[in-house]
Design a protein around this ligand. Sequence first.
Ligand code: SF4
Length: 230
Amino acid sequence: METQKPSVVYRYRNGLYVNLTNRCPTACVFCIKNAWKMDYRGSSLDLAGKEPSPEEVIALAALEWAKEPFEEFVFCGYGEPTMRLEALLACARLIRSGAAAPLPRTLRVRLNTNGLANAVWRRDVVPEMKGLIDSVHVSLNTADPAQWAALMRPLPDWEASGFEKVKEFIRCAARALPETFATAVEGNDIDLEKFKALAAELGAAPRIRGRLEDAAGEQPRPSSGGGGKL
Ligand code: SF4
């Protein structure tokens, strides 16, 4: 039987999506990676422990660009991209420096994340993203800490402090980066008005999206961790 090659990059709409890792500090209830068996539209996003180097990512992106240019370079796979913070920043630096040609230096770079990077790395990592990341979409999902823990199911280390850490990450991103969204998934019994108010208080634009499983006529794409972070 033929074994499917893992996909490090895959296309969605006008973007090229980068699957940097399968590691994640949360196990969100709305994550689709298990239901979809690590597949996305025929691409296997199961890296089987072989995480790509920044050079590999850029080489694959350049090949895709040669086939057809894309508008956005998005860190979003079946795992949390900031678990590989250094690799993520290295990819963005290669683009910005012009070393990733034919990818243009000005290519829009987006990060879809669960917002736990400051917690995981035990420092404010947002300043390191300045000038490299154009847009951050943070999967905040609720204004209620207990509901956050129930929806995101973080590893024990982040159960108590995770929600505040995600809020802190959003605040920092909104101050330092050109565009910051706080995202939520419909249908999780969320108080959307409170969620929108919290997003605004943190300086982010709210973005509510439908459940991926409900998307008519298309297989869901992974979250910011691609499993739910759109
Ligand atoms: S939705 Fe994203 S953050 Fe949540 S478990 Fe899946 S990969 Fe991780």
